[in-house]
Write a protein that binds this ligand. Structure first.
Ligand code: 9MR
Length: 338
């Protein structure tokens, strides 16, 4: 079956063929937007505020991408700040945008130690288990049929491969992961269910732990469909070794792989050399995903340096996205889409 982006590409090609003279007269241009040069979903994290208030942000997003991931709007602390009091306004806005513009949505994220509302920390084990099930069921149920893939469990490992001692791990034990996936499957059987983490791009202790876990979950019949590799990179640390082999080994387990949060930060001020290194990292990320049939999605964590989590978290670093603050494509963009 042809994806919409492929259909679009065929139509573009036919149109170009029909008007060869006009085509030849036109100045050199990129082959087309990102979403039209790949048969993977190509996405970005989006924030509801600029989506609503900045026409240029919205228009570049709509032009270039066919997947959106709410950057913060579906997190537990945002949707249920007080027990039983829900706020879906930002999440609804992004899902509505996606529906109206034919974009796929990656739901982010259900079970995560961070951006948890305070009340979750004060529950007994039994209450926490019920609350977790209710949260998964409520969020997934609200958007049933409108979300292609969900990050069900996020960032459950420490960098050394041990389990993070989150409130879920401490109170519910190892089994919380399988429970979360089973509840998620029941809530929206059509959604692809992912485990997602950072510093798992290359072959290392953390990606080994993730690999061993998902292999075991598959053996046990736990309904998991994919592994999300975040890909928050920084040029000063080098490109992760074994990236391609790592994607390969997850795919070989019969799982989909998605690059879910790609960005490549540089030490400020950015200059041509740093942006060139950044471009080569983005290109390697992109190519590695495209080399494996089961790598089905390439999503960046924001598309413009105008809106990025990086400077607020890593002072002195930034410029991590494909487009600059004026929404002009950077060398990283043209390296991927010459
Ligand atoms: O980009 C998000 C930022 O606006 C939030 O303040 C932050 C809170 O922890 O979360 C950021 O997104 C994170 C994502 O949800 C999970 N992986 C790491 C991302 C960057 O921190």
């Amino acid at each position: 079956m042809l994806r919409t982006s492929q259909v679009r590409r065929v139509l573009v090609a036919m149109t170009a063929f029909a008007s060869v003279a006009a085509w030849q007269a036109a100045p050199a241009a990129a082959a087309g937007p990102l979403k039209d040069i790949t048969n993977r979903y190509v996405g970005s994290a989006v924030a509801a505020n600029p989506l609503a208030s900045q026409a240029d942000y919205r228009s570049v997003l709509t032009r270039e991408f066919d997947n959106v991931t709410p950057e913060n709007e579906m997190k537990w602390a945002v949707v249920e700040p007080n027990r039983g009091q829900y706020n879906w306004s930002g999440a609804d806005a992004i899902v509505n945008y996606a529906q109206q513009n034919g974009k796929s949505v990656r739901g982010h994220t259900l079970v995560w130690h961070s951006q948890l509302p305070g009340w979750v920390n004060n529950l007994s084990a039994a209450e926490l288990r019920t609350a977790m099930q209710r949260h998964i069921t409520t969020a997934m149920g609200r958007y049933k049929g409108k979300i292609r893939a969900w990050d069900v469990v996020n960032e459950m490992f420490n960098d050394n491969g041990t389990r993070r001692q989150s409130v879920f791990q401490q109170k519910l034990g190892d089994g919380y992961v399988a429970d979360a996936f089973r509840w998620a499957r029941a809530a929206d059987p059509a959604a692809k269910l992912y485990i997602n983490d950072y510093n798992t791009e290359g072959l290392n202790a953390k990606s080994d732990a993730l690999y061993n876990l998902v292999r075991t979950l598959k053996q046990q019949g736990v309904p998991i469909d994919g592994v999300g590799i975040q890909a928050h990179l920084a040029t000063q640390y080098g490109f992760p070794g074994g990236y391609q082999a790592n994607i390969d080994r997850f795919a070989a387990l019969g799982l989909d792989v998605a690059i879910t949060e790609a960005d490549v930060r540089v030490q400020l001020p950015a200059d041509a050399a740093k942006l060139n290194t950044q471009a080569s990292y983005f290109k390697q990320l992109w190519d590695g995903c495209h080399a494996v049939a089961r790598c089905v999605e390439f999503t960046t964590w924001g598309f413009t340096d105008r809106h990025s989590w990086v400077p607020g978290t890593f002072p002195g670093e930034g410029a991590a996205c494909l487009f600059d603050t004026n929404l002009q494509p950077k060398p990283a963009y043209t390296r991927i889409n010459p």
